[in-house]
Design a binder for this molecule. Sequence first.
Ligand code: ADP
Length: 422
Amino acid sequence: MLLGAIADDLTGATDLSLMLARNGMKTVQYVGVPQAGTNFGDAEAVVVALKSRTIAAREAVDMSLAAARALLEAGAEQILFKYCSTFDSTDAGNIGPVVEALLDLLGAEMAIACPAFPAAGRSVYQGHLFVGQALLSDSPMKDHPLTPMRDANLVRVLQRQAIGKVGLVPLDTVAKGADAVRMALAEASAAGYRLMIADAVTDADLRVLGAALTDAPLITGGSGIAMGLPDNFRRQGKIGTTPPPTSMTAPAGRSVILAGSCSAATRGQVAAAIAAGMPALRLVPLDIAAGNQDAAGVAQWVLAQDAEGPALVYSSDDPASVQQVQSSLGVERAGALVEELLGAVSIILRDSGFSRFLVAGGETSGAVVAALGAQALRIGPEIAPGVPWTRSIGAPNLALSLKSGNFGDTDFFVSAWDKLDD
Ligand code: ADP
């Protein structure tokens, strides 16, 4: 293994795994910290998926350090910490504390932080994160249930989370190429900077950053920052080129969509699936809290739908309704009620012969995959930028697509199934 990656949520890990596989690295994704002595087979990159984005910073640090130690013990030459391309975090963390703890572990002086992912509309310019044409703080991310992003200036956002000094590698430096970036980082390090937000608005910028980071012990960013890393190993003669998968055979069994994301993209996908005639059941957190909606009842509804097509179970709701629910139940409890219910539903469905699960939402996917018990995933064909089908390794035998809430076109819930072979 050459590259050891740690992702702060499951859909992010999948997105990163896809990026590495597409750029020719043999990639395997693990769910949770791998046990000591895990055999990673012929994997050139291992991506460990944590569920550490919104837990207490201390716990996120401990979990990330444990993952990094497991990867280093297995021979990782470089560590990559992956977070969301919308920099999902709060002033309490968890990006800053985790990056600084990993720097300490590695005995490294500095790391860059670059969430840019142009293919999904995320770009960073003058340290400001844009979602499409809007500043992050004007995008739907300002209303995220767990990590509302109300400041687009990432230098400022990260500085509020970090102890060390945060600086910027501006786009005009990136435009001058990898040597200029390396020089800028060395100068910033000498001036006492520990974390550097890096501008990037195109894939070419990300490849320049990748090339500049060949020898960096730690790299941090969205999945875009991984784009140029396989080439570094290839230039050094350490890897060949493994073609990315173009199709995937799915195990026999029924299909279901579980959506716990309240992002604008997912709400659009829910509306489009319902408009296309897909059977859909809405989860209502207040009903779950009152005991009027439970896993057995929801699973029974799914089982009663036409076995030919997928049915949709969703809790996705608009920001005003989410806020109302949160003020009555608390942010954490509202989220946990939905996540636990969807986890319990997925167990019943798995045990009833469902083998194809499409899950929308990072936290939601973490809860569902933990409940299903899938531990290692092989990356299959790409459905939308950042979203592949995956096939579990070992038991249980499942096809899983884990979609970050923001990702995918409006017809994603309807069209994703076309990429699976029977
Ligand atoms: P995304 O990928 O869009 O960030 P996540 O699944 O990571 O989606 O986060 C959404 C969070 O909101 C989850 O914790 C989920 O349980 C919670 N949630 C889902 N539906 C509702 C709702 N109707 N009201 C309040 N919270 C909700």
